[in-house]
Ligand binder design. Structure first.
Ligand code: ATP
Ligand code: MG
Length: 357
């Protein structure tokens, strides 16, 4: 079989982004040759430092190269200025818009031997809901202020995100079948909403998600629903019950940060920004200025983001190889960065995981 070559854009950004993105490149280069995959890389700029140098946080070249040349990308982190800086806005938010990356996918996983094991993924719609940012403020008849925001839910975006959740549930099963350790035996999607109160907007999300997940191709996927407030409660009481959780934008935002707290360190949690035929892997953490330059950033969030990017590029086997290697490092627990209670440097953890491949 001819080897497949994937071209990957590398956008380290600011702070520890520059320490962890090189680890992402190294693991791609170290994948076993039996996977028949080759990679080429292109270094791209974005971030606050880029903004200070060039006046643009997201240079046009970065977007053009990603669109024209790349199959996928890895994004590190950007530091946010402590005071509002004129002309600066987040490049990752802009990138999601310009590349139509309509989903944010965040897996949260402990090793299966953990005291309270977790292995779930939150699939968050990323284009609409309250994030259309259509707000206005006006005066009530008594002269006091009133502010309003539009919550927009469309059938199309709901269908797409629920279908993506179904695809992810099936793929997670495939990855489990490759021998990656998990607490789950069967694919499950939980639809999260508040349609008991918002019968039209969340009602449409719920109904459309139900229809999307009723497609034949998802016949092996169990589908459940959970009102968002009880979802939060159950997520913290019994996180092992959940496999794939699909949610509109705002609930997804809140649930995904909350879920990240279940596994200890931000340095473990990956994410992907996904659109039609393109995915950007991105660790959930920020630029961590407090540990920047010390060589102790946990690389695991990035390595798992590499796996996630590969999943969306159709390379499940390569993804499973990375996940298994990371799990081995964590189960052994000998080489860990300080955020995990260890004493190892970023590079030592990376070396250990490369050995596990
Ligand atoms: P930013 O504004 O870029 O988000 P921040 O100050 O909010 O920066 P975060 O990156 O969000 O910092 O991190 C929050 C905390 O978690 C910090 O104490 C940071 O050191 C720690 N942390 C984040 N990522 C990692 C990592 N990969 N390894 C170790 N510790 C991390
Ligand atoms: Mg932060």
């Amino acid at each position: 079989m001819a080897a497949r070559t994937l071209r990957i854009g590398l956008i380290p950004g600011d702070g520890i982004g520059r320490e962890v993105i090189p680890a992402g490149r190294r693991i791609l280069e170290a994948l076993p040759s039996s996977l028949n995959l080759n990679f080429s890389f292109v270094d791209l700029d974005a971030g606050f430092e880029t903004f200070q140098k060039t006046g643009a946080a997201l240079p046009d070249r970065t977007v053009e190269v990603l669109k024209k040349e790349c199959d996928g990308a890895l994004f590190g982190a950007v530091s946010s200025p402590t005071v509002a800086t004129k002309g600066y806005s987040s490049p990752i938010v802009a990138l999601r818009k310009r590349l139509s990356l309509y989903a944010n996918v965040r897996p949260v996983k402990t090793v299966s031997t953990a005291a309270s094991p977790v292995d779930l993924v939150i699939v968050r719609e990323n284009t609409e809901d309250l994030y259309v940012k259509e707000e206005k403020t006006y005066a009530a008849p008594d002269g006091t202020k009133v502010a309003e925001a539009i919550k927009r839910i469309s059938e199309k975006a709901s269908w797409n995100i629920a279908s993506m959740a179904g695809d992810i549930a099936l793929r997670r099963q495939k990855i489990r079948d490759q021998g990656v350790d998990s607490i789950h035996k069967e694919p499950l999607v939980t639809i999260t909403h508040k349609s008991n109160v918002l019968s039209q907007t969340d009602g449409l999300f719920r109904e459309t998600s139900r229809k999307a997940l009723a497609q034949d191709k998802y016949s092996s996927v169990k589908v459940e629903e959970q009102i968002v407030d009880s979802m939060v409660y159950k997520l913290f009481r019994q996180p092992s019950d959940y496999d794939v959780i699909v949610a509109p934008n705002l609930y997804g935002d809140i649930l995904s940060d909350g879920a990240a707290a279940l596994v200890g360190s931000l340095g473990l949690v990956p994410s992907a920004n996904v659109g039609e035929g393109f995915a950007i892997g991105e660790p959930c953490h920020g630029s961590a200025p407090d540990i920047q330059g010390m060589g102790i950033a946990n690389p695991i969030a990035t390595l798992r983001s590499v796996g996630l990017m590969l999943e969306f590029l159709g390379e499940e086997k390569a993804a499973a190889t990375i996940y298994a290697a990371v799990d081995k490092n964590l189960v052994e627990g000998k080489l860990l960065t300080p955020d995990m209670g260890g004493k190892s440097k970023t590079d030592e953890v990376v070396e250990d995981i490369l050995k596990m491949l």
